[in-house]
Design a protein around this ligand. Structure first.
Ligand SMILES: [Zn+2]
Length: 117
């Protein structure tokens, strides 16, 4: 039987403060901070409250296949459950993250050649 060793709770290698920083942009995430900004620039802060959130962000990160995606993946890797960590994030960051810019890759018809069957 295979049993994985119980991981030590003290992680010294990579610690990300999910309670205080946005899990996407790594910036301080606080409502007070947002309230200081002008209404138009204010961001909505969300708490991760669904268990599948982590999985969907991981999937998204893999799909992005870029530096930002890798950074976020690494971040998520360091925790087991985002809900338990009380992770927070900016709504705008999630939007940006989940929006893959296909136009960037497009280069005058090249895309057609890549059609899969
Ligand atoms: Zn953010």
């Amino acid at each position: 039987m295979m049993t994985s060793p119980v991981k030590c709770k003290l992680r010294s290698t990579y610690v990300f403060n999910f309670k205080k920083n946005c899990l996407f942009c790594d910036k301080k995430c606080s409502i007070e901070n947002e309230l200081k900004k002008s209404k138009e620039r204010r961001d909505i802060i969300y708490n991760v409250c669904t268990l599948h959130f982590k999985q969907s962000v991981e999937d998204m990160a893999k799909m992005r296949n870029d530096e930002w995606g890798k950074t976020v993946l690494k971040r998520l890797d360091s925790v087991i459950c985002l809900v338990a960590e009380e992770a927070i994030y900016h709504k705008s960051c999630e939007r940006k993250f989940c929006k893959i810019n296909h136009h960037k890759k497009k280069r005058r018809g090249d895309v057609r050649k890549m059609k899969m069957h």
